[in-house]
Write a new protein. Structure first.
Length: 251
């Protein structure tokens, strides 16, 4: 079992993971690394037992490291993480796309510390440690992405010599890639569904529901305006999500 956990990013996902560890693994020390105000709120919630302002302190003695940062920031901190991680540490992440992160980690984690890509298939339409929940991921799938760089190299060599095993490995790699794409699509649909629920509960929806004094035509126009606004907001969000998905999975 793990003796010390470092959570890098104590927002919704990182905070929920830390709360779940506190609930199910007892008194394991949990150190958080984030902005000072976020760490203060995480300690108030009981998600972490310690707050670290610098990377080296956060990782010192941690045999499990949980990265809960945006993809871009994760890519920025991976080199420092690989340098400072304990030799026996298991490092995993919660990024919604895996190609860029796992490719970078494969080149950086060459020592004893291990990197295992991950993605919890859960979330909410809100963010922040205030909304963290120890039960957030209960019942949901958690996608794990083990290192595949060595397998890909061996598959290329074997297939180049006409090996049946190489062909089988390439086929397996294709299936894994398709599974990752389907998992990303499922996550997107979950977030869109959560957003639709949030919009339905939004002040605009409540205002429209209270305009009982309007005639049918005016009420219809108001509702159409709300619907257009909601659709535009959804399209803008979806486009941003897909830009992130495609940008970090360019191959």
């Amino acid at each position: 079992m793990f003796n010390r956990l470092a959570v890098l990013g104590t927002g919704l996902i990182g905070g929920s993971f830390a709360l779940a560890v506190r609930r199910h693994l007892g008194d394991i020390p949990i150190v958080g690394w984030d902005k000072a105000d976020v760490l203060a709120r995480a300690q108030e919630r009981g998600a972490i037992t310690e707050a670290a302002r610098d990377f080296a302190t956060a990782l010192r003695g941690a045999d499990l490291v949980y990265l809960a940062l945006p993809v871009g920031l994760t890519l920025e901190v991976l080199p420092a993480l690989a340098r400072h991680a304990e030799a026996d540490a298991l490092v995993t992440d919660a990024c919604s796309t895996k190609t860029a992160v796992c490719h970078a980690a494969a080149g950086l984690f060459q020592g004893e510390a291990r990197f295992l890509g991950g993605h919890p298939m859960a979330g909410r339409e809100v963010s922040g440690i205030e909304h963290a929940d120890a039960e957030l991921c209960r019942g949901d799938e958690h996608c794990m992405d083990p290192p595949r760089r060595t397998y890909a190299i061996n598959a290329a060599r074997l297939s180049g010599s006409g090996g049946v095993v190489g062909t089988a490995l390439q086929l397996l790699g294709g299936v894994m890639t398709l599974w990752s794409l389907l998992s990303a699509t499922q996550t997107l649909l979950q977030r869109v569904r959560a957003l639709v629920g949030a919009l339905w509960r939004s002040p605009a929806s409540r205002v429209a529901a209270k305009l009982s004094g309007l005639n049918a035509e005016d009420k219809s126009r108001v509702l159409q305006g709300v619907a257009v606004f909601a659709l535009g907001y959804l399209l803008a969000l979806v486009s941003q999500i897909w830009l992130i998905l495609l940008g970090s999975n360019t191959n």
